[in-house]
Design a protein around this ligand. Structure first.
Ligand code: DX5
Ligand code: ZN
Length: 220
């Protein structure tokens, strides 16, 4: 059992018609934080969760809200999602015009700042900003939808990211997101990830299965 592994269920795979209950149930099942996928229909083809929805579920758990912004115009929305109840705000490296400024904007709102990388994106910029970051997110699917297959060719990028974090001596979390299940989590953790996002493998079955689904990811 890997004790210092953070499990962040992605509510994209939850039942949106009962979102408040799903948040309570996944909290009781042992989640470490709640991963919230925000999509704008531009950066990714899908549209998902606006700030009012985040506000409405904020009092259903005490866990941190890990808000993954798959949107353009991030600087406009950082204050809005901060006020809605986010604790961590992760922006995509592909959209921010000035990554250092966007990181600062997030932290000036008292939130933790993350930077995400699509499968096709280089992590080169990390060498410049790693010391400012609270979290790095490596995508192991193309963002936009839950339930896709894990891309094995991203494992090397996780290793390379871990090296950059270690070299900088920072406490930056290394989060991996997309297609993670009990069969591939060992590879992901072996490469250096300490924060795991999982949607379809956790919100699977009924609420009585969630605890076991989370535990399966901790035991390998
Ligand atoms: C994809 C999202 C992921 C996704 C994970 O764009 O960022 O968080 O919901 O879901 P699974 O675990 O089903 O790939
Ligand atoms: Zn995500």
């Amino acid at each position: 059992m890997k004790k210092n592994l953070l499990i962040a269920p992605s509510i994209l795979s939850s039942d949106f018609s009962r979102l408040g209950d799903e948040i309570s149930d996944i909290t009781n099942a042992g989640a470490d934080m709640i991963h919230i996928d925000v999509m704008d229909g531009h950066f990714v083809p899908n549209l998902t969760i606006g700030p009012d929805i985040i506000k409405s579920i904020r009092n259903h758990t005490d866990l941190m809200f890990d808000v993954h912004l798959m949107i353009e115009n991030v600087d406009k929305y950082i204050p809005i999602y901060s006020n809605a109840g986010a604790d961590i705000i992760t922006i995509h490296s592909e959209v921010s015009k000035n990554i250092s400024n966007s990181i600062k904007l997030i932290q000036n709102h008292g939130k933790k700042a993350g930077l995400a990388f699509n499968p096709s994106s280089s992590i080169e910029i990390l060498n410049e900003v790693i010391e400012k970051l609270d979290l790095v997110l490596i995508m192991t699917v193309n963002p936009g939808f839950g339930g896709q297959s894990f891309m094995n060719d991203q494992l090397e990028k996780i290793v390379a990211t871990k090296k950059i974090i270690d070299k900088s001596n920072s406490y930056t979390l290394l989060e991996v997101d997309g297609g993670i299940n009990e069969n591939n989590i060992q590879d992901v953790v072996n490469c250096g990830a300490n924060t795991i996002v999982a949607g379809s493998s956790i919100f699977n079955g009924t609420k009585d299965d969630y605890k076991m689904n989370i535990e399966k990811l901790r035991i390998y």
